[in-house]
Design a protein around this ligand. Sequence first.
Ligand code: NAD
Ligand code: UFG
Length: 337
Amino acid sequence: MNILLTGGMGYIGSHTATLLLNMGHQLHIYDNLCNSNIDTLDRIKKITSKEVGFTQGDIRDTKKLTEVLINEKIDAVIHLAGLKAVGESTQKPIEYYANNVQGSISLIQAMQAANIRTLVFSSSATVYGDPIYLPYDEEHPTSPTNPYGRNKLQIEEMLLDLANSDNTWSIARLRYFNPVGAHESGLIGEDPNGIPNNLMPVIGQVVDGRLPMLNIFGDDYDTPDGTGKRDYIHVMDLAEGHLAALTWLKGNLGCHTFNLGSGNSVSVLELLHCFENISGNKIPYQVVARRPGDLPEYYAKADKAAKILGWQTKRNLTDICNSSWLWFQNSKNKKST
Ligand code: NAD
Ligand code: UFG
């Protein structure tokens, strides 16, 4: 298949790219590099020994996007391009709506112009909001609590309206839980610009001395050790979820929603201790106030993806910490050269 990957130079996109290339697909990445680096392209080529096309462009540039879709004879799109920091979305909501919602409208218009009707969309467990019950299944009511989550829900709803209005579309809306870990080569992983928001990149910056310690946001939740619990999913399992969804969509029309999670939740302290054991590093930490908007615990009911897509996670917390540790060591070497 000829696949266009929007946001393919980012964390999830670059890992997904290696898998798709290794499975024999042709790939073209479309990314404006606002949160990624051109070096990643060479790393993807190094891991796969395959050629990969790249256009630097914004998804809101409908004309440019349409030209790429037509010229590259694209069959299907995996849409990962977007801004993703929950906190930042509350500070800059209009930037988030413009980039994420307007950008997705532009992509749909370009796909319509190029007559492409197969789409996998990166959504998020954030669309569920406060749990009414756990685990979240795909039928759980949606009530996001921040602009980023509302962007994702608006795009999801737009895609459903689109599929209802035109029965030639095949769309998968993938609700990711907490992606972590890195490629087994140690060549690509997550390394956000500035001070990270997410737990594993913060641990990475403590390991390499960029941050003095980890702040644990609360140890007084109603969980066994008092720290927040999440459903962490290895980024290569997530990449396999995209491949499974894309393969399944080829024989199925309509708009479909799938949770991509492991079905288990792990606390901050459990993840931290696993990482310390694997890396042999003691991670200094202090417990600080709860982070506004954080939930005590959530995790996926992942049965639907298993039953319909034949997909489930294969990697565990040890694999997550091993791959992250390898990536942190490699990226530290990279920074000091
Ligand atoms: P990332 O920031 O590493 O990657 C996103 C990529 O999109 C970057 O390379 C960025 O340069 C590009 N991009 C952003 N806006 C663009 C635009 N207007 N035009 C072209 N390119 C643009 O993020 P990620 O973690 O790889 O996330 C990928 C997708 O998955 C995002 O849509 C995100 O919302 C979603 N998601 C991420 C998580 C997570 O915790 N990482 C969880 C749920 C959903
Ligand atoms: N945490 C800390 N200290 C930190 C960072 C995080 O204690 O410095 C804790 C949080 O309080 C939470 C857990 O670690 O209990 C995970 O927090 P993350 O920030 O890593 O992830 P979130 O669960 O808040 O959200 C992430 C992404 C969202 C995405 C969601 C999907 O940031 O974009 O997962 O489930 F939508």
